[in-house]
Design a protein around this ligand. Structure first.
Ligand SMILES: [Zn+2]
Length: 458
């Protein structure tokens, strides 16, 4: 009998111990992934709660400021929150809140507080975890106003906008459709006697892509880290431009010369089949990959204008063999086999003629680049760059600063080139644009210098 009592006592103690320790088992783990630092006019809170089999008996997300808590979401009252299971063990809670949800919201410090509870010991007990994220509330919207006037944009062409965005550290730029053109501090435009010192004044070079609608919406925007944003319209006229159509005959001699030579320089595509089939992969897929690579160099653009003289070297005394945005149809054995748009100028002189820098700049690329063959890309600052393709040799290397009209290399027929010529294009924030404008002294004066002078008040 005594043994039996002893056994019952031991079992009772053991059960009590299990019950006690179950309550001390780890609660769900909580990660507040958003907001990282700022709360603005509208803020999204994102929380990931991890528990075995994503089993939760409760959770709550709240905003806390000056000792007052405002519930944002809980398991019982999800409100506008989105609750989703992600994988076996994770529950994701997403809730966007505004001033209407937190009427006393004020600029200053605050916290996001999350608690989560999971059942343990066959739902007999519960275990809870809490987490908090310190945030800063910023409710003041940034301000933006465009200072420059009379913007004229040709389809496939460029423009420049001067604007003022405050506070000066706010992210800002110009949107053209869904393409963003970042602004650079105007203090970096020390040219032609221009000297703008206000840190809130910015310059953005923009482009209307050859394939965008001529009525594409454009506006200046500013956006702070709390997600508060502002936008401003600017006066402008846009002009359509008819692009030429041309036919490019392909023959086996040309294909046998260019296709294996390009494939030797790239691992980005690995086409199979006939030489024509391989050519079509180079002309389509590789052309696209090359354009992405070319666009990526804008990340290295200098924040100041590097130009030595405003007008770009116009490559006179050359025969123009093809113009910007020519619509090319490729013909093989009398049949149409491909269509592409030619985004540059083809300029021919004599074989191996010296190719010079169109303006002062820094070499960001000087090596084979797919269909462009031996290719040099120069950075002129603030997202403006120029490209020189099909060279036979280089006389510069990456990192070199070159003066306007300094030799970059010799012309050639590397890449997709039917004969010795220079393929030249201008780039604005990675978009290929019509170089004709940049060769035109009147355009440079009116589009760039006039606006800079007006903004600096001289
Ligand atoms: Zn070309």
């Amino acid at each position: 009998m005594r043994y039996l009592l002893g056994l019952v006592l031991i079992l009772a103690l053991a059960a009590g111990g299990v019950f006690f320790f179950a309550g001390r088992m780890p609660g769900p783990s909580i990660q507040i992934t958003k907001p990282v630092k700022y709360v603005g006019q509208s803020t999204t809170v994102e929380v990931a709660i991890t528990a075995p089999q994503a089993k939760l008996s409760d959770f709550s997300v709240a905003f806390e400021q000056n000792g007052k808590q405002t519930p944002l979401a809980s398991l019982a009252q999800p409100g506008n929150a989105e609750i989703k299971q992600d994988g076996a063990d994770v529950v994701r809670v997403t809730r966007t809140f505004t001033r209407n949800d937190v009427p006393d919201l004020k600029s200053g410090p605050a916290r996001i507080v999350v608690t989560a509870t999971r059942p343990v010991l066959y739902d007999l007990r519960k275990t809870t975890t809490s987490a908090a994220q310190d945030v800063q509330v910023r409710l003041e919207r940034p301000q933006i106003a465009v200072l420059s006037s009379k913007h004229y944009v040709n389809l496939g062409g460029s423009e420049m906008v001067v604007y003022k965005a405050t506070p000066p550290d706010v992210e800002s730029g110009i949107m053209v459709g869904d393409i963003k053109y970042p602004g650079y501090p105007a203090s970096g435009a020390k040219m032609e006697g221009v000297n703008i010192t206000d840190p809130a004044v910015k310059i953005a070079f923009i482009a209307l892509r050859w394939d965008q609608d001529v009525n594409t919406p454009m506006y200046a925007y500013a956006r702070d880290e709390a997600g508060n944003s502002a936008r401003a319209d600017f006066d402008r006229l846009t002009f359509p431009k008819p692009f030429k159509k041309s036919r490019i005959p392909l023959d086996d001699k040309f294909l046998e010369r260019v296709v294996p030579a390009i494939l030797d320089t790239t691992t980005e595509v690995n086409p199979q089949g006939t030489t024509l089939q391989k050519f079509l992969v180079l002309n389509g897929e590789l052309r696209k990959k090359n354009a992405e690579k070319i666009a990526s160099y804008v990340a290295q653009s200098a924040p100041e204008i590097l130009l030595g003289g405003a007008v770009f070297h116009p490559f006179t005394n050359t025969a123009v063999e093809a113009a910007f945005a020519d619509q090319r149809t490729y013909i093989y054995n009398g049949e149409e086999v491909d269509r592409q748009t030619h985004l540059g100028f083809d300029l021919a002189k004599v074989v191996n003629s010296p190719i010079v820098a169109a303006n002062r700049g820094k070499v960001v690329h000087a090596s084979p680049l797919g269909i462009y063959g031996n290719c040099v890309i120069l950075d002129h600052g603030m997202g403006v760059q120029s490209l020189y393709a099909h060279l036979s040799s280089f006389s510069v290397k990456v990192g070199d600063t070159v003066e306007k009209e300094q030799e970059l290399g010799r012309s050639g027929m590397t890449g997709l080139a039917g004969g010795d010529h220079l393929h030249f294009t201008m780039l604005v924030n990675g978009q290929m644009v019509n170089p004709v404008e940049w060769w035109d002294a009147h355009w440079i004066q009116d589009r760039i210098i006039r606006k800079l002078r007006e903004a600096s008040g001289s």
